[in-house]
Write a protein that binds this ligand. Structure first.
Ligand SMILES: NC(=O)C1=CN([C@@H]2O[C@H](COP(=O)(O)OP(=O)(O)OC[C@H]3O[C@@H](n4cnc5c(N)ncnc54)[C@H](OP(=O)(O)O)[C@@H]3O)[C@@H](O)[C@H]2O)C=CC1
Ligand SMILES: CC(C)(CO)C(=O)C(=O)O
Length: 340
């Protein structure tokens, strides 16, 4: 039972490394720079509970080409959303048709992109609720809590034990699209976090940034309702109550939403990672998904459109942090203009 991780970055290395440490047969497929880092420093996997696993470089099978997918029984796709079509092409060229393919990506369309490109393969959507922070010393730190959720399927039989042994229990969901949309609402914060240039915990501790997120979620909710989508509860409270919770004054928010702030103080969103590393972001698949949903309904999502544009403007430049107040007026201004 061999597992291939397609996309050795924060999520892929943490999950692949955890599976390896538990004795599973795993190969990581990724770029040369990650291979070189692992060759130099090995891997250290840690989590919020204090668990720590060290892997020597020789114990981490690593490939730079997708030919390594050939004998995999399970392929976990952990590339960023824009790379999914290319990943699908590589899978079609190298993987065996009996391989189970699971997308462990944010956004709501990656599993469908894989399905369209890979007819005949079994493809499941997955949701990673936790954050992984890459830290000095080749340390991959799981910086928040939560369990993996995968679209319910008989194809998962046998794999549950493998993941449980790696301290990654799988929750199966019969209502996976709801889960994905629930997660997407939380991921609307990725862009806020990236523009704040702050760690998640510091950003979410400031009401001014939480008001930005509340505005983005509040704009999305009626669109989801109109489209017949019921986003699942992923956070402390259900999606409908989130904006109210987020707008509370700091002291009250810290008391009532303590679990939402149980984040390693250094952790940042994957979109901050992208901007910081000079890569294109996933914003078109997160806030952009709300903009497209609005368009499909003949409506507008001005605040999500505005923040998508702000992220695009920041891509490839040196990040100039925006205060919560400045960002809020940009987003609220966009919404008001739309109402006039
Ligand atoms: N980071 C986090 O905490 C979380 C991330 N997620 C989601 O998980 C997914 C993965 O995110 P994350 O781990 O942060 O992403 P990363 O960018 O850290 O990792 C993806 C890696 O895959 C590499 N890659 C892309 N295409 C190929 C290819 N064809 N062959 C080999 N390697 C390839 C990328 O290289 P290159 O950069 O050179 O293209 C990159 O190193 C995203 O959808 C993200 O939104 C979900 C929850 C939390
Ligand atoms: C876990 C979370 C919500 C952290 O921001 C995330 O999904 C990301 O960084 O992409």
């Amino acid at each position: 039972m061999k597992i291939a991780i397609f996309g050795a970055g924060s999520i892929g290395v943490y999950i692949g490394g955890s599976l390896l440490a538990s004795g599973a047969e795993v190969v990581l497929v990724g770029r040369a720079r990650m291979r070189q880092q692992i060759a130099r420093e090995g891997l250290l996997l840690t989590d919020l509970s204090g668990r720590s696993m060290q892997l020597a470089a020789v114990d981490v099978p690593y490939a730079e080409t997708a030919a390594a997918l050939a004998d995999a029984d399970l392929i976990l796709v952990t590339v960023k959303s824009a790379d999914t079509p290319a990943a699908a092409t590589e899978i079609a060229a190298h993987a065996k048709p009996s391989a189970l393919i699971v997308s462990l990506q944010n956004g709501v369309g990656n599993a469908d992109t894989l399905r369209q490109a890979l007819p005949g393969w079994t493809i499941l959507g997955g949701m990673v609720p936790f954050n992984v922070a890459q830290m000095a010393g080749s340390r991959f730190h799981r910086a928040t809590g939560g369990e993996l959720v995968i679209e319910a399927s008989p194809a998962l039989r046998g794999w549950e034990t493998v993941f449980r042994a790696a301290h990654l229990p799988l929750q199966e969901s019969d209502e996976f699209p709801s889960m994905q949309w629930g997660k997407l609402l939380l991921n609307l914060n990725n862009s806020v976090n990236a523009l704040s240039d702050l760690p998640l915990k510091a950003e979410l501790s400031q009401r001014a940034y939480r008001r930005c997120l509340a505005l983005l979620i509040e704009e999305a909710l009626p669109l989801l309702r109109a489209a017949g989508i019921r986003p699942a509860k992923i956070a402390r409270v259900g999606p409908q109550l989130l904006p109210t919770l987020l707008r509370l004054p700091d002291a009250l928010f810290k008391r009532l939403a303590a679990t939402m702030l149980q984040i390693d103080p250094e952790a940042r969103s994957s979109m901050w990672d992208d901007l910081h590393n000079g890569r294109l972001s996933e914003v078109d698949y997160l806030n952009g998904a709300i903009v497209r949903l609005a368009e499909s309904l003949g409506r507008e999502a001005a605040a999500n459109r505005r923040i998508t544009a702000l992220i695009h403007a920041a891509e490839g430049t040196t990040l100039r942090p925006l205060s919560g107040e400045v960002l809020y007026s940009a987003l609220a201004g966009a919404s008001q203009k739309e109402m006039v």
